[in-house]
Design a binder for this molecule. Structure first.
Ligand code: HEM
Length: 150
């Protein structure tokens, strides 16, 4: 459907746009900045966001099937580590490269956008400010190609 195609394009364009805009406002510095980590509620807050994200994924027929049979505790820890690490927290993501861990899934644009929507919803549920939400999305935007295997 025409509208559906438009919505998909807008979804990924928004994600990439937010990434670009945020990068302009916050040029990379050599000093690690933990303010985003703090705005996400530190480790406990991030774990709560990822837990809520998992509940939303299971309920979302667009992507639930991709997660069937995964080790939920492992996924929860890995994604929490990754977000903690990316947001300037005292964690190190030691999981697989995004291209490798998603290579067998053939993730579509719709599925990528669905996961992004659910992450935004999970952040809303955890009272994360829009500014902090956008900063995290901007850090995740560069992973889009690897997750999609493009
Ligand atoms: C920016 C977006 C994404 C990020 C940051 C992300 C992050 C991650 C991380 C950190 C892992 C764990 C890797 C490991 O175990 O070493 C993972 C695994 C996984 N991701 Fe993603 N992911 C993203 C998008 C997606 C999408 C769109 C889907 C499907 C709709 C998806 C499905 C999965 C599944 C099923 C696993 C488990 C793989 C396994 O255990 O074999 N991910 N992801």
């Amino acid at each position: 459907m025409k509208y559906e195609r438009f919505r998909k394009t807008i979804g990924v364009t928004l994600l990439l746009l937010i990434g670009g805009l945020t990068a302009c406002q916050h040029p990379p510095t050599s000093e690690p900045d933990a303010s985003l980590y703090s705005a996400l509620g530190e480790r406990t807050g991030i774990e709560s966001i990822v837990e809520d994200l998992l509940y939303l994924i299971v309920e979302d027929e667009r992507i639930a099937f991709q997660f069937k049979g995964i080790d939920v505790a492992h996924f929860h820890k890995q994604l929490s580590d990754q977000i903690c690490d990316l947001s300037g927290g005292p964690c190190e993501y030691t999981g697989r490269e995004m291209r490798e861990s998603h290579s067998a899934m053939a993730v579509t644009e719709t599925q990528f956008n669905a996961l992004t929507e659910n992450l935004i919803l999970a952040m809303e549920q955890n009272g994360i400010t829009t500014g902090a939400q956008n900063r995290l999305l901007a850090l995740l935007a560069p992973l889009h190609k690897a997750v999609r295997g493009l």
